[in-house]
Write a protein that binds this ligand. Sequence first.
Ligand SMILES: Cc1ncc(COP(=O)(O)O)c(C=O)c1O
Length: 354
Amino acid sequence: MPVPSDSSPVPEFTPDPSRPLKLLAACPAYSETPLRQPENLGPWNLLGKDESTRMGLGSFKALGGVYAVAAMIASAWKQEGHGELNAEAYLEEPVRDFAGAMTFVCASAGNHGMAIAAGAQIFGARARVHLAASVPEYFARRLQQTGADVVRSGDTYEDSMTAALADAGASDAILLADSSWPGYTRAPSLIMEGYSVIAEELRRRFELTHSWPTHVFLQAGVGGLAAATAYMIRLNWAVQPEIIIVEPEAAPCLLQSQLAGKPVTVAGPVSVMGRLDCKQPSIIAVEVLNKVADRYVTISDAEAEDAVAIAFNAGIRSTPSAVAGLAALLKAEELGLELNGTARPLVIFTEAPA
Ligand SMILES: Cc1ncc(COP(=O)(O)O)c(C=O)c1O
């Protein structure tokens, strides 16, 4: 992305899930998402973290957007000479009044905009979301019902991102993008810190059950979810799995960045995995994943669509983006991955269908 808005290079990414968890404890919509054990999907003991119900917002993105809005309010509050904000204070009048003067702006192809809009609504701030013409009208309505202003900006996601950047540059609105680029890393680091809650919920559960996964399949768009999860796994999971990053054939920006040893933008056709169809990776994600991921694999649109049908037969309603990890697992042998009947692969069902 072209316009730098802060001065940091790629930072050391040091998420601490206790920060978002402390805050989320005060959010009535927060609860741990279920870990499913779908049967009849293969010979292994499959574990599926089901993010489709996350905070009533339909995807894991809720964790990042809601937390980043809260963290930005807290840092502005502190900058104004007030003290640290504790979770309960957010919902009290002085802080809500203060937040009411703040506007958060973003571009969205789906889930991220909902997360920012919901965060703004919960804490009394305002949100403005730029949508490309390709984003369906029902989605614009959902955003408006969540209190956001919607601006139609251009034909493609990239057009809407350019508009969001220009909007933040021309107003005092705060840009909350879920990707990072040189000079823009603070907000995406916070968003990724929000995602780190997923790995922490899983760690706590596996500490109790001792049934640690042997392989973790993480689908990636710009790589925020995959990097946050993989980082936490390497940081504090007692038993280490193989970590496999899964991208659409049409958008292998993290794979190519790993091969090049630096962030690389790729070209390719449009993918049915809309949420993962990102040609330019997050620079934080590239940095993290190059250190902690074991493998990068790609799946075709047809394989993702087959996985939707297979998951449906196992009682899981999903989308091609949501089951990309499962799609890679289903062709594990072809990918040269060794998973026998005792393997315990973990996938994340990242979103609910519309
Ligand atoms: C449902 C879903 N899955 C996966 C992803 C990929 O996340 P990231 O772009 O952080 O790699 C997204 C991103 O929006 C998403 O909405």
